[in-house]
Design a protein around this ligand. Structure first.
Ligand SMILES: [Cu+2]
Length: 138
């Protein structure tokens, strides 16, 4: 009974904390089954505390990683996994082509333009945020 009362008390606070991170314009590139896609979006931090994106998950891909693009020299671009991306207080980070992206490795189904997929984003302070991303080419 005591536990139940505590839960009731804290629930509104938890819901409030969730809304401090806002994800907009989420979209992912089309890909055939087993092939790779990338997801882009804008993450806005509406709180006065820094938050950190540290993982992502989706049933649409076998492996989901946070990636950054970097200059590999001689006009070559490479990409690599990063462990986290910091989102400063009252600011936003754009995941876009040539910058950060969520790498969807091994699509579990055909990702066709016009469809949408769900991706879970894990934040240290704000918890899990589920994002709906539209499949499109650009
Ligand atoms: Cu990548």
């Amino acid at each position: 009974m005591k536990k139940l009362l505590l839960l009731t008390f804290f629930l509104p606070l938890l819901i409030n904390a969730q809304s401090k991170i806002e994800v907009t314009d989420a979209w992912a590139r089309p890909a055939a089954t087993e092939h790779n896609s990338a997801l882009y979006m804008t993450i806005s931090n509406k709180s006065n505390l820094e938050d950190t994106l540290y993982a992502a998950k989706s049933s649409a891909a076998q492996i989901v990683e946070i990636h950054e693009t970097y200059k590999a020299g001689n006009n070559m671009m490479g990409m690599r996994e990063v462990e986290f991306v910091r989102i400063s207080p009252q600011s936003s980070v754009s995941f876009k082509p040539g910058r950060h992206h969520i790498m969807l490795i091994g699509a579990t189904k055909d990702l066709i333009a016009g469809d949408s997929i769900k991706v879970e984003l894990f934040f240290k302070k704000n918890g899990t945020i589920t994002v709906k991303a539209k499949i499109r080419s650009f």
